[in-house]
Design a protein around this ligand. Sequence first.
Ligand SMILES: [Ca+2]
Ligand SMILES: [Ca+2]
Length: 510
Amino acid sequence: MSKTHNRHSLRFLTCCLLLLLPESSSAQHSAARNVLFLISDDLNTVLGCYGAPGIRTPNIDRLAKRSVLFRHAYCAFPLCGPSRNSLLTGLYPNSTGIHANSLIFRQTIPAQISLPQAFRQQGWLAGRIGKLYHYNVPNSIGTDGHDDPASWELELNPAGVDRTKEHPLITSLVPNQFGGMLSWHASQHADDLHTDALLASDADWVLERCAKQPERPFFLSVGFFRPHTPYVAPQSWFDMYPAENMPVVTGLEADLQDIPEAALQSQVKAQLSMTDQQKRLARQAYQGCISFTDAQVGKVLDALDKHGLTDSTVIVFTSDHGYHLGEHSLWQKRSLFEESARVPLLIAAPGCQQGQICSAPVSHVDLYPTLTELCGVAAPSGLQGQSLVPMLRDVTETGRNWALTQVQRGNAGTNSSGRQSQSDTRYFGYSLRTLRWRYTEWDGGSKGRELYDHDNDPQELTNLADQQQHSETVTELSALLKTAIAGTLPADGKIPEVQPGLWAPVLLDP
Ligand SMILES: [Ca+2]
Ligand SMILES: [Ca+2]
């Protein structure tokens, strides 16, 4: 065989190999193989790395030092179930059909390939520890919750003392209501006995095994339960935040004057009548739980380092949605204000920028195409987000330039058979966040509009939507919002409905 022939054969072989590679070429530029996906529950951006004063989050902050921190990251729907179904399918809630809790996209669009499932189908070990899809918190802790078994090869559901022993001790604004009501407890048990610490310890165990089979990449998800209510953490974490030092939101009466009624429908009666002391105790407990969760994040990061996997692993840290701590009279979630829609988002990817801040508005729906591209995994067609890889390489990239968040109002939720109510009284609120503005329409504007100028009003206190000098901005943003909403629907333009008989788990006890 001649040298020339050899060279031609080699070139032919190289071409064949290149053709066999997935469309994305980015995997060739970085060493990314694995994904460590860390998600907290009901965590807003009260974190040191987001500039929040008086909070101790040294571990998430050190992750930020090797990540791109997305300053303007938003969930698609600020409620656990809809948000997680959206994030994990790469589709907006209008395409998953999931606008309420206790449902899974297999009941609406069963053939959709979830994010971890895409990795799993292409040879990755896909593992889940704790809450990735919806769980009733705290009652589903220790179970699979409303999980999707097709997403994972491995599932671990530890339950700590917070679930197994301490329910009778929890203080709640309404006795025996924990998950949807502000409730808290400073535990006398050691850190290691709590659910989130057990999750971190399980992650160490799984990572140790992953390190022993380097030929097999992994997608490991760890879903922490805190700081979701009930705010339970060991006493020492509460002690970091003396209640008397906790801030209480003031000026509510003036603020509420220009807010449409629909925007305030997530108000909870028992939470509206809280005393200042109760507000301080709730905030103390919430912050204590953030710092406790931060310590568990630190244990998982340490485990990744210890097992020599950091350099080959993309690390994501986020939360399923943001959280109110009394702003606009609201607590918890389900509003379209900044505190509820905004999420922390850190991505540390080998070969990408480190310790940089990206200001472009981005969405949870962007995570699916980002992670598949980084790891060279083929993604299904029809994903609705953008890849964030350009921002991870150059944080001045602006991408789509907006993020869309949606909530449901009216006679919504699920009926006794677990089916979503789709009565005539259901309507949606949509909010578009650009770098400067937040623009919100309730029921297409018929139930109110809001416009907030983040350059001058980061707390969203003054609704400018009806002010003459902003009418052009409203017209422009309203048109952009319409286009954005159209992009949330499936090709046939119809929101998928829950199909009776498809798997609907109701799991409550360990
Ligand atoms: Ca949540
Ligand atoms: Ca106001």
